[in-house]
Design a protein around this ligand. Structure first.
Ligand SMILES: Cc1ncc(COP(=O)(O)O)c(C=O)c1O
Length: 379
């Protein structure tokens, strides 16, 4: 059967390759996945079970259950100073992933230039390409702690792009942006009339500075789609639930794509998410505390080993320099010889080359063992 060109031009995920090798091996410690090692809070799981027991197995409204949208609106208003109307400015999606895909399809015309701040989550370039857009790589630099600056935006022709995709706290670097730094990006976006897709899925996972959404700056709300979800902070990856927030005409357009493809996000997961917002704050705080402890441990161990690693302050990743020039060779040898799986940074865009993504969403004992093995590997 003929496979469409736009699909053929996208290579399979570079992360998967390492999982496939790891799956064939015994005693592997994987610090490669972007997934919490915690399980979802019990109350959220129980709400999902109760919903099934009560026979809640139908579709919901396309945009998601009204009660859930109200709860999301309350949460983002109190926590991130974002005011969205649950009636027509919030779309509940099957993970942030679906939200992003729907946004690309609803907002990108063939040939539109979509600037992507990199290193970045691996779905943006394929998402833009599937929608017929042209991805424009905007490389951030380690010397700026992988923050996006107006100098970088200028130097890479983002002024002439149609859209900018950014993700802070960042996957894969763990970088965050302060309010003042984000204000500069917001000014650039306003001046050059760009649309922004802000992937804020790690917003709850910062260690030190609180997250500032780009949509909070003057003139940005009307040109931004904000994405968030339950996968990371609530450890609910498998439940597949996220949400997008934007002005009514944008949500209406996204909902048109969503209603013909997804119909509605998983109903059981929506009940879990509702409960998560209503009663699971303490669990989120506890998980964040534990991530922070692990982050500090991993950073200090890399320092002891003499591996250069910038101080990541968000998400659950650190992004050390690779001690070898060839990051693929390093990652493969480390996996084969010591059974530790990491991801080469170039998987997240050329600007990630020379680095390794290390996820610390693993227990402290596992992290201790993984670090000891890396130390042994380095000799
Ligand atoms: C930056 C970023 N955005 C989106 C996603 C996907 O999230 P979801 O599980 O809500 O689809 C991930 C998952 O790793 C991610 O790292």
């Amino acid at each position: 059967m003929k496979i469409a060109d736009r699909v053929q031009q996208i290579p399979p995920s570079g992360i998967r390759k390492f999982f496939e090798i790891a799956e064939e091996m015994d005693d592997v410690i994987s610090l490669g996945v972007g997934e919490p090692d915690f399980t979802a809070p019990w109350a959220a799981r129980e709400a999902a079970i109760d919903s099934l027991k009560a026979g809640k197995t139908s579709y919901t409204a396309n945009r998601g259950m009204r009660e859930l949208r109200e709860e999301i609106a309350k949460r983002v208003a109190s926590q991130y100073d974002l005011a969205y109307d649950p009636d027509d400015e919030i779309l509940v999606t099957a993970g942030a992933s679906e939200g992003l895909d729907v946004a690309f399809r609803a907002l990108v015309d063939p040939g539109d230039v979509v600037a992507i701040a990199q290193p970045s989550y691996i779905s943006y370039v394929p998402g833009v390409t599937f929608a017929g857009g042209k991805p424009l790589s905007v490389p951030t630099r380690e010397e700026d702690d992988f923050k996006l600056t107006t100098e970088i935006l200028d130097a890479h022709g983002v002024a002439d792009a149609d859209m900018l995709v950014l993700c802070y706290p960042n996957n894969p670097t763990g970088a965050i942006m302060t309010e003042a730094e984000m204000a500069e990006v917001a000014k650039f976006v306003r001046e050059h009339d760009l649309t922004v897709l802000a992937d804020e899925i790690y917003a709850d996972l910062t260690y030190g500075d609180e997250h500032t959404s780009i949509a909070t700056f003057e003139g940005l709300r009307e040109r931004t789609v904000v994405f968030n979800g339950f996968s990371k902070a609530y450890a609910m990856t498998g439940l597949r639930l996220g949400y997008a927030m934007a002005p009514p005409e944008v949500i209406a357009a996204m909902n048109r794509v969503h209603q013909y493809t997804m119909l509605s996000a998983p109903t059981t997961a929506q009940y879990a998410a509702l409960e998560a917002l209503q009663s699971c704050d303490n669990e989120v705080i506890e998980m964040r505390k534990q991530y922070n402890r692990r982050r500090q441990f991993v950073l200090s161990r890399f320092e002891e080993m003499g591996i250069d690693c910038f101080e990541a302050k968000g998400a659950f990743y650190v992004f050390p320099k690779c001690p070898w020039d060839d990051t693929d060779a390093f990652a493969e040898a480390l996996l084969q010889e010591q059974g530790v799986a990491l991801v080469p940074g170039h998987v997240f865009g050329e600007s990630g080359d020379g680095h390794l993504r290390v996820s610390y969403a693993a227990g402290l004992n596992e992290l201790r063992e993984a670090m000891a093995r890396i130390e042994a590997f380095l000799g």
